[in-house]
Design a binder for this molecule. Structure first.
Ligand code: C5P
Length: 402
């Protein structure tokens, strides 16, 4: 979940620098913008062209370059970042950092930085074990520099041991974890369902409903923004995948239940999907043909599993907080209150989906939160705002339970 985060990536001269274009791609896929500084040594292993292409930005190399200083001085380079990532961090750059040496753009930007620094060391095992490196690492750690890796394994030099740079995905995870620290839902796992389900009649036809997935997707997005590790199980929806959320896309209620069960254990489950109550008992693999004096087919329906009730009764695997939605057209509060008891969930978010409210498929929602304590009426607001309010209530509840 790196949406809007700015990473300054310092690439120093180790063979692992060849992994940096991949690292840049992975950070950007998670929403970060990445600006690269390349040392002379780094440029022996990876070209500025490759880093510039994947970062879609200029790659900075020269300390005494008039153009670089005019466009982006070494002070601004590090100050504009939210995090400085040194990958690969060679024994040499770690030594410079520990001893305050600033003799090129990378080391000068690091000295000038007032931002958190994360290093992914990469070097030969003997260099890693050298007392000079051990002392430099200890000094940097004492000053608050964070480290990811190195890993144990085969090295480019043919030796085996500690010194391989962590894989790009591991480094991106560490950057992710870094930004989650301090967020209110850090360490909390959430499962959200969203959208309709499609229940096949035959290979081309299906039973469905008018759910757009807007509400469920908005909830998953805000939970991830607040630091929760979030899985979104969604039926067919045109909503974009929310940033930083693990997506599981399904069609039917039976698939949705299986996907939810595969996501357990979680701390919170918010089931906002409009799950079809029934499915066609014997959906065939051939298209049902019309024609002649054939009568229209009679569809025999069977009940779908109730995902909310199943997760609410999941024994040891029951999430700490299970929240359902109740889309009602009549007696909204009374029906939703009954539903909370029947399904065994903790909260119900009840909403009026009479066609004139425009809730189904629309951008706004008027909901009532039903908990053990009673009913709260929330004002009409956008589905994104409903998601924000619900997340706020979740944070309050989890923090007051600690
Ligand atoms: O029973 P009803 O469909 O009105 O209940 C709505 C709530 O139950 C929603 O949270 C919905 O996601 C959930 N539900 C479910 N599985 C079903 C039907 C509804 O999880 N088969």
């Amino acid at each position: 979940m790196l949406e809007g985060k700015k990473v300054l990536l310092i690439v120093s001269g180790g063979i692992a620098a060849y992994k940096c274009p991949d690292l840049v791609r992975r950070l950007r896929q998670r929403g970060a913008s990445v600006r690269c500084v390349l040392t002379n040594g780094g440029a022996e292993f990876v070209t500025p062209l490759a880093l510039g292409a994947v970062s879609e930005d200029k790659v900075y190399q020269e300390l005494f370059s008039l153009t670089d200083e005019n466009e982006m001085g070494h002070i601004r380079l590090s100050r504009e970042a939210d995090l400085v990532l040194v990958a690969p961090a060679t024994a040499n750059i770690l030594a410079k950092m520990a001893h305050g040496i600033a003799d090129d753009l990378a080391s000068t930007a690091l000295m000038a930085s007032d931002k958190p620094i994360l290093c992914a060391p990469a070097m030969n095992v003997r260099m890693w074990e050298n007392p000079a490196t051990r002392e430099n690492i200890a000094t940097l750690a004492k000053r608050g520099v964070a480290f990811i890796g190195p890993e144990e394994g085969d090295m480019a030099c043919g030796e085996w041991g500690l010194g391989r740079m962590s894989e790009p995905d591991q480094i991106a995870d560490a950057v992710d974890d870094f930004f989650r620290q301090g967020l209110p839902l850090n360490g909390i796992r959430s499962l959200v369902t969203s959208g309709p389900t499609f229940e096949p009649i035959d290979p081309v036809r299906y039973l469905a409903n008018r759910s757009s997935g807007k509400q469920g997707h908005a909830i998953a997005a805000v939970l991830a923004r607040l630091g929760s590790t979030t899985t979104l199980v969604t039926g067919p929806s045109h909503q974009p995948d929310p940033a930083g959320v693990k997506m599981i896309k399904v069609e039917t209620a039976v698939q949705m239940l299986a996907a939810c069960e595969s996501a357990l254990p979680v701390d919170i489950a918010i089931l906002a999907a409009a799950v079809s109550d029934w499915r066609v008992e014997a959906a065939g693999t051939s298209k049902i043909k019309k024609g002649g004096d054939k009568k229209p087919p009679q569809l025999s329906l069977v009940e779908n599993p109730d995902i909310l009730a199943t997760l609410s009764a999941a024994g040891n695997a029951r999430p700490r907080l299970v929240i359902g939605f109740a889309a009602e057209t009549d007696d909204v509060i009374a029906n939703a209150t009954k539903k909370r008891a029947q399904k065994g969930c903790d909260w119900i978010v009840a909403n009026d989906v009479k066609p004139e409210t425009g809730t189904f498929g629309g951008d706004a929602n008027t909901v009532h939160l039903i908990t053990e304590e009673g009913v709260e009426d929330w004002p009409k607001q956008s589905k994104a705002a409903v998601a924000d309010c619900l997340a706020e209530r979740i944070v309050d509840t989890l923090t007051s339970a600690q």
